[in-house]
Design a binder for this molecule. Structure first.
Ligand code: UD1
Ligand code: CA
Length: 462
């Protein structure tokens, strides 16, 4: 921030959100997998304020409990008597010299750049207000300007005359003023209005009366200042957020089969020439290398995917590191602690957990690989299972380089398969398999001459 003045941020989050029809406080409802209020907190942090205060109330301790953080102070507003009253609750914690930026826990998409601009204006004039022009301003406080175009006051919808209701410039609620001034004005608020509330917006007329010029700024995009009052509005903002994420990825060189059918719920980065097919969900921290393709319906959470890797449709990946040029799926499940080296292949209906799969190793069909250290160039036959759990403890399986595990093998851990060992199909391996040898456990095959299949009894005979 360019100003030398310290900045305090106050986030209002005490309201009930009746129209959400929910047990959960409104500001805890998720947008892109993260509570509304957490979006506002994260944006607030980007301004490097000297303190962040959240005014909470409805829903009691649920809100501070859910979003507790070292850099957030919580102030209770036991009764919601209006936005002015809400800000007043935070004032004792604010030094006179600070600028105070007021944000809202249910207005999640406001951008850092917009706020930086607003704060810079306030540093100049002492008071800055974020306004926006709306085709339908119904419900919002209107910005009343004097003949010379200067802000005179704000009038709330319910207090506005028909002429005032025709004004299309509205108050977003977001403003920035000096703490000393706010303290003085808030102390003088009255609630003699249509809603019987202490309006934060009445401070504007007070500022003007003291000769201050109230500066205004507008966001680039009106969606930045939209609030969530209902589940419909929440869904609209979710789609807006997702469109932004899709646009960001495409601008960075990613092809999306359909930008409307990707959901980003976290911090996703992708290098050039990534292709993402429809209905993919990316959650948490996902880092996607160049030339990766992600097939339809994949869900990927907290993963690093190396360049050139192909993830085929309907694969589910969580807390995994995937080497370059790997091939996964379709219908693969990579659980936490999976680490795939270069050129590794995990095929359909394979589950991998807490395991390292070495370079070029293949687990192509219907297998469970858990708690395993697998070397390079290993081939795991269809239906192979690591029996890693004895009902009480987990044990590791170690498979050396170049081992060949026949189909339908059970590796009863702890057990080690030596390098270049071969296990016969159907083996139940309970002891270590020496390197380079064939190991198998198999009952001797026999055939019974003259054996006849049982026949169905005919019904008349009973
Ligand atoms: C407010 C503004 C209005 C503006 C609109 C933008 C006032 C008086 N009016 O109206 O000019 O156009 O926002 O959306 O400020 N809150 C508390 N404690 C309270 C009251 C409210 O924390 O005692 C919080 C609510 O949780 C909500 C926000 O403040 O997030 C706005 O409150 P609300 O009563 O909805 O104000 P509006 O009538 O929408
Ligand atoms: Ca509102």
């Amino acid at each position: 921030m360019s100003t030398a003045t310290a900045l305090s941020i106050v986030i209002l989050a005490a309201g009930q959100g009746t129209r959400m029809k929910s047990k959960r406080p409104k500001v805890l409802h998720p947008l892109a997998g993260k509570p509304l209020l957490a979006h506002v907190l994260d944006t607030a942090r980007t301004l490097s304020p000297s303190r962040i205060l959240v005014v909470y109330g409805h829903g009691g301790e649920q809100v501070p409990k859910a979003l507790a953080a070292d850099d957030v102070q919580w102030v209770e507003q036991a009764e919601q008597l209006g936005t002015g009253h809400a800000v007043e609750q935070a004032m004792p914690a604010l030094p006179d010299a600070d600028l105070v930026l007021v944000l809202y826990g249910d207005v999640p998409l406001v951008r850092t750049e917009t706020l930086t601009d607003l704060v810079a204006q306030a540093a100049h004039t002492g008071f800055a207000l974020l306004t926006v022009r709306l085709n339908d301003p119904t419900g919002y406080g209107r910005i009343v300007r004097d003949e010379s175009g200067r802000v005179a006051r704000i009038v709330e919808q319910k207090d506005a005359s028909p002429e005032e209701q025709a004004i299309d410039e509205v108050n977003t609620g977001i403003l920035c003023a000096r703490a000393a001034d706010l303290r003085r004005w808030l102390g003088r608020l009255e609630n003699a209005n249509a809603q019987g509330e202490f309006y934060l917006t009445d401070t504007i007329a007070m500022a003007v009366a003291e000769g201050l010029e109230v500066a205004t700024a507008m966001p680039d995009d009106a969606c930045e200042v939209l609030g969530v009052n209902s589940r419909r509005q929440l869904a609209e903002l979710e789609r807006h957020y997702q469109r932004q994420q899709a646009a960001r990825l495409m601008d960075g060189g990613v092809t999306l089969a359909d930008p409307a059918r990707l959901d980003v719920r976290g911090e996703v980065s992708a290098d050039q020439d990534v292709f993402i097919d429809v209905n993919v969900i990316l959650e948490g921290r996902v880092k996607i290398g160049a030339d990766v393709t992600i097939g339809a319906g994949c869900v990927i959470r907290n993963a690093e995917i190396g360049p050139g890797t192909q993830i085929r449709p309907y694969s589910v990946i969580e807390d995994a590191t995937i080497g370059p040029q790997a091939q996964i799926g379709p219908f693969a499940r990579l659980r936490p602690g999976t680490d795939l080296a270069r050129d590794a292949r995990i095929g359909n209906f394979v589950e991998v957990k807490n395991s390292r799969i070495g370079e070029g190793s293949k687990v192509n069909h219907l297998s469970y690989i858990g708690d395993t250290d697998m070397g390079a160039g290993v081939n795991i036959g269809a239906g192979t299972i690591t029996c890693n759990y004895d009902g009480a403890n987990k044990h590791r399986t170690v498979i050396g380089d170049g081992a060949f595990i026949g189909s339908d093998t059970q590796l009863v851990a702890p057990v080690t398969v030596g390098a270049h060992a071969t296990l016969g199909a159907g083996t139940t391996l309970t002891n270590d398999a020496p390197p380079g040898q064939l190991t198998l456990s198999r009952a001797k095959q026999k055939s019974i001459p003259g054996w006849k299949r049982p026949q169905k009894q005919s019904k008349e005979k009973k």
